[in-house]
Design a binder for this molecule. Structure first.
Ligand code: MG
Length: 349
């Protein structure tokens, strides 16, 4: 019999995160803890519900209500998961993460020992100063937020930024859906002549005709496009697979509901995947990174096709207990397995 509990957190970011909806200063969500006794031995499973409502998940209040409905005893965690409403994707992901660790962590062993992280650069001119210390740490893949300043200003900064990168480094651009068609076309024409790994979400999913437009841009320009905001769960994944999307998929396991069946479908189609952070705490990041290792493992000896993870976000919180100790350019499997949400859980009591 499992005892399921949750605790709410409200954690200020070290720096407010710029979003299309204005600055985001603190992360709200929940840690989830399930405990049972097996033959006199205590087994604890962890999860996290880290909703981002403007990214298609439930709200914090809805997640709290779903978790309150789980509080108490459950015969098994799969039954508890089945009781969570299907639109509560972050709570479902949290429970799926807890379930995934029962009886020993899946993905805790394997031949892939480490994965590269993409360093996140701030929007605007601040990227130029931010890139140097990350290069010194060893980062070679970077992501820069664009669509914040007028395009010509960002084009000048883009060339300054590229000039600072050594040969072999890669830069991905994330527009977070900020562009209209004409701006996207002008950007993609420029990006095509430069060493850009891919351009993420040039058009907002809620823009008129967004899906046709995204598919058209992907066909018309040689630079790779990535879907991020457009893919908010199993339904979106199924739709874009049916539309034969051949670009990159940026997936935040924290918002996928039950990630494993979604990933299995994508694996079957040999999808080009980037695992991304939902700016969750280390508890949720542990589950997401385990899935990233399992994915890399399932790809066998194809390191060239392995894209750097969108987890180069640490340190993220003012309270270091919420951070994973992953500030370098690579994440090792052992670092992931060492993450223990206990200290944060105790701090939330
Ligand atoms: Mg993105």
């Amino acid at each position: 019999m499992w005892k399921i509990e949750h605790r709410a957190y409200r954690l200020p970011f070290r720096q407010a995160v710029r979003t299309a909806h204005g600055p985001w200063a603190e992360r709200e969500g929940f840690l989830l803890r399930a405990e049972r006794e097996v033959e006199g031995r205590r087994e604890v499973a962890w999860g996290e519900a880290a909703p981002i409502p403007w990214f298609g998940s439930e709200t914090v209040a809805e997640a709290g209500a779903a978790l309150a409905g789980l509080e108490g005893r459950a015969e098994d965690l799969a039954d508890a998961l089945a009781r969570v409403p299907s639109d509560c994707t972050s709570v479902r992901a949290g429970l799926a993460a807890a379930l995934g660790t029962v009886g020993g962590a899946r993905g805790a062993e394997g031949a892939v020992k480490s994965l590269a992280l993409a360093g996140l650069l701030p929007a605007g001119r601040a990227a130029l100063e931010a890139v140097e210390p990350r290069l010194e740490l060893g980062f070679r893949v970077f992501k820069w937020k664009v669509g914040v300043l007028p395009a010509p200003d960002e084009w000048a900064l883009l060339d300054d930024l590229l000039a600072r990168l050594p040969a072999g480094a890669r830069l991905r651009l994330d527009a977070n859906g900020a562009w209209d068609r004409r701006t996207a076309e002008a950007w993609l024409a420029r990006a095509a002549e430069r060493p850009i790994e891919y351009v993420e979400q040039p058009i907002a999913p809620e823009a008129r005709g967004a899906e046709d437009l995204l598919r058209g841009l992907a066909e018309d320009y040689p630079v790779k496009l990535a879907l991020d905001e457009s893919v908010n769960g199993a339904g979106d994944v199924a739709r874009w697979l049916a539309a034969e999307w051949r670009g990159v998929w940026v997936l935040k396991p924290a918002l996928l509901g039950e990630p494993e069946p979604v990933l299995a479908r994508l694996a079957k189609e040999k999808a080009d995947l980037v695992f991304g952070s939902a700016l969750e705490t280390a508890a949720g990041a542990r589950a997401a990174l385990r899935l990233a290792f399992a994915w890399a493992e399932s790809r066998g000896g194809e390191p060239a096709s392995r894209r750097a993870l969108g987890f180069g976000v640490w340190p993220l919180f003012q309270d270091a207990r919420a951070d994973a100790a992953l500030a370098g350019p690579f994440v090792r499997r052992e670092d992931v397995e060492r993450i223990n949400p206990e200290a944060l859980w105790n701090a939330l009591s």
